[in-house]
Design a binder for this molecule. Structure first.
Ligand code: AMP
Length: 120
């Protein structure tokens, strides 16, 4: 799938749409999800143009992948959920109902998260 430069996260990265930022570095931006599903619900995105985890894993540089992984850990720690526990989730494609075609990881926490996956 080709990257769509008009997707909502691309527009956030360009500053065209506001976000509630929690973290930023050279490769990564993180912000609160606009429709939080848990007390802590943060989205972590790379600044590079990657459609999904599949694209990111195949195409991103080692520096981007390292920065992203370290950022996810730091953001969860800073959000205060490293001790209580949290879940990270990345939707890729149709079966996962990926809504926004710019790679992102959800960090969910702040309460017991129940089953790992819902029944269809
Ligand atoms: P996904 O289904 O994994 O693609 O999830 C996309 C997520 O982006 C959803 O949880 C939405 O609530 C969230 N979202 C959509 N638009 C915005 C926005 N403008 N700011 C923050 N989060 C958003």
């Amino acid at each position: 799938m080709a990257y769509d430069r008009n997707n909502i996260f691309a527009r956030i990265l360009r500053g065209e749409i506001p976000c509630k930022k929690v973290y930023e570095d050279a490769h990564v931006l993180a912000f609160h999800d606009i429709r939080p599903q848990t007390p802590v619900h943060v989205l972590v995105i790379p600044k590079g143009e990657y459609v999904s985890l599949d694209d990111f894993a195949a195409q991103a540089s080692d520096a981007e992948i390292v920065a992203f992984t370290r950022a996810v850990g730091k953001i969860a720690r800073d959000a205060g959920v490293a001790d209580s526990g949290y879940r990270i989730l990345a939707n890729h494609g149709r079966d996962a109902n990926q809504e926004v075609p710019h790679f992102h990881v959800h960090i969910f926490g702040g309460r017991s998260l129940g089953r790992m996956i819902g029944r269809e």
